[in-house]
Design a protein around this ligand. Structure first.
Ligand code: FAD
Length: 436
């Protein structure tokens, strides 16, 4: 049986995860089981497939297999922005953007529905988002975002430098642009909550890395560290590890980005943050820092992208990167010099060249889904649900929209890819320098 070269194993401290109560012990797959469908990967895509497939086929057995704990992968490491729309750069083809918005909004609405139905405690906050601009590039980029929102007819409101200071306590940004419609969450709590409320016919196996798989004449055979699973259908929702399974190699770029989070801030520190109320801020430049003040008064900073074709970044390197986050925090709020980051972590997400899709049936009974580029959490929630619809032959206008997205195109081979990425990354970093 072909063996996977890399399986996920994070060693750093994902703050969203670590500040939740400890989870129940993992149900690890041991021995052999036969089910109708195996889903590999319990991130936002895999969980969305499992929820919808479980509802569609209440009489068939489904297994969801996760290498680590649910909420510990990229989906539970994100900044927790569940975006209804997001776009950097000059107004793009609005027809494509409008199509994407329908998918992102439907993913957001699915997640909202699940959170409400099962009363998942994940700090769900219908905040919307503030774009903040610093420096001349930032000014140019925020104008482009405003223009796109205007073309789409979406609500938006400018915030002057003084208003920004009043709201979030810093004059770092020349101005802000507030737009409603998206939500903020603790993403690890959302993932765990979705896993806790899976349909009854879905069994979850955690700390169960798939180490090899093959198809024989009768079944897909998935080998894990301590067991084997046989199934009629196999769904791969393994995020950036998809290519380990031979799906879409050379069609997406794994980029790691990093985040840090403080302990809850005391009253004195909170008083330095304007109203001291929770907020979510995206830089107007693509590579600028994302900042949040959470509902439990923690400051969160996400910054830096690195091309990472291999395993997760080692924990000591992640701690080093945490120093950059601290610098970013102090540049905005010099008074927070006593507030250290207790958690720093990295996570890897996929980018395609053409905003393309990795979605559908790749061989009889073998399905895959990947979320990528902008708004991946809501995009992934929608794509996961639609993949389950496709598997069960449930047609819909949204499924047809999803199927219209061109496949992710082939990227140049390495080392040309590395050179291309280094150049693009350098340019985007330079353009976002003032928003680090
Ligand atoms: C710091 C950071 C901030 C981000 N902020 C945002 C944001 O605010 N909004 C947003 O929309 N997106 C954000 N993203 C991107 C987003 O988190 C990801 O694109 C998205 O979560 C990917 O979802 P997924 O289900 O495809 O993959 P994942 O969440 O990675 O899920 C795949 C799962 O498959 C499992 N797996 C892989 N291989 C195996 C195997 N061999 N055996 C068993 N299991 C396996 C993995 O352990 C993993 O849990 C952010 C990402 C990071 C890292």
């Amino acid at each position: 049986m072909p063996r996977l070269k890399i399986v996920p194993k994070h060693e750093d401290r994902n703050g969203w995860w670590e500040t939740l109560p400890p989870p129940a012990p993992a149900n690890v797959l041991k021995g052999e089981r036969r089910v109708h469908t195996v889903i590999v990967g319990a991130g936002v895509c895999g969980l969305a497939v499992a929820h919808q497939l479980g509802r569609h086929c209440p009489d068939s057995e489904i297994a969801l297999v996760e290498a680590e704990r649910v909420g510990f992968g990229a989906s539970g490491r994100s900044a927790g922005f569940l975006l209804n729309v997001h776009s950097h750069g000059a107004p793009k083809r609005t027809d494509i953007l409008r199509r994407n918005i329908r998918l992102w909004e439907s993913g957001l609405s699915d997640l909202r529905g699940i959170v409400r139905e099962f009363r998942i405690d994940c700090g769900w906050h219908e905040f919307g988002r503030i774009y903040g601009s610093a420096g001349p590039n930032g000014e140019r980029h925020i104008e482009e975002i405003a223009k796109t929102l205007e073309q789409l007819g979406l609500d938006r409101r400018w915030m002057s430098r003084d208003e920004m200071e009043e709201r979030i306590g810093t004059k770092f940004y020349r101005r802000g642009l507030y737009t409603p419609g998206s939500a903020l969450v603790n993403p690890a709590a959302l993932m765990r909550g979705m896993a806790r409320h899976l349909p009854l016919n879905v069994s979850l196996y955690e700390q169960t890395p798939v180490v090899g798989f093959e198809a024989d004449a009768h079944a897909y055979v998935v080998e894990t560290e301590a067991g084997r699973m046989l199934s009629d259908r196999l769904v791969l929702a393994a995020g950036v590890y998809l290519r380990q399974f031979g799906i879409a190699p050379g069609r997406y770029v794994p980029m790691t980005t990093y985040a840090s989070m403080t302990d809850p801030l005391g009253e004195g520190a909170l008083a330095l943050l304007g109203t001291g109320k929770p907020f979510g801020l995206l830089a107007s430049s693509e590579y600028g820092a994302t900042i949040r003040l959470t509902g439990d008064n923690r400051l969160f900073v996400r910054n830096l992208f690195k091309f990472n074709p291999n395993s997760p970044t080692p924990a000591p390197r992640v701690c080093e990167i945490g120093k950059l986050h601290r610098k970013g925090m102090l540049n905005r709020w010099p008074g927070l010099k006593d507030a250290g980051f207790s958690y720093s972590w990295g996570g890897t997400m996929a980018f395609t060249w053409n905003d393309g899709a990795v979605f559908g049936e790749f061989a009889p009974g073998l399905y895959a889904v990947l979320t990528n580029d902008v708004s991946p959490m809501t995009r992934g929630a929608a794509a996961g649900r639609l993949l389950a619809d496709l598997m069960e032959g449930r047609d819909s206008e949204l499924l047809r929209l999803q199927l219209e997205i061109p496949s992710a195109c082939r990227l140049p081979p390495r080392p040309f890819l590395d050179i291309g990425i280094a150049i693009r990354r350098g340019l985007l970093h330079a353009a976002a320098r003032k928003e680090f």
